[in-house]
Ligand binder design. Structure first.
Ligand code: HEM
Length: 96
């Protein structure tokens, strides 16, 4: 096998391992982290759940017209920013 294929296999392996290592949460568990029911404030984006509790812009779970505690992947086109806003937040798990 050539080294490029080998490298691709290795990268795919690492990605798989990292995904397995993430905790999984259901939609209902995510919904409780809406900034109203529990202290944590979480937002799901492209399969991953981010903890935005420390953000002043997500206080009480509300960000402009959007609510935390749900998958907002399809709402990003409404935003005046890109997905890079998620970079500084900790991933707490994946949405299953
Ligand atoms: C009407 C729609 C929206 C408006 C007007 C809006 C506006 C903003 C503004 C002004 C910021 C400040 C930083 C920046 O511009 O880079 C921000 C940050 C952010 N937005 Fe939005 N946004 C919208 C929708 C969304 C949606 C749908 C998501 C999730 C998919 C989202 C996630 C975030 C996150 C995670 C941050 C970073 C917060 C921080 O750094 O504390 N936004 N948004």
């Amino acid at each position: 096998m050539d080294y490029k294929k080998q490298t691709i296999f290795e990268i795919q392996y690492v990605i798989r391992m990292q995904k397995d290592a993430l905790r999984s949460f259901s939609k209902n568990q995510l919904a409780l982290r809406n900034g109203q029911d529990k202290p944590e404030i979480w937002v799901a984006f492209q399969g991953l759940i981010y903890d935005v509790s420390d953000s002043r812009l997500w206080r009480n779970g509300k960000h402009y017209e959007h609510w935390a505690g749900q998958d907002l992947t399809h709402e990003l086109p409404d935003a005046p920013h890109t997905a890079s806003v998620f970079e500084k937040f900790k991933v707490v798990g994946q949405l299953n």
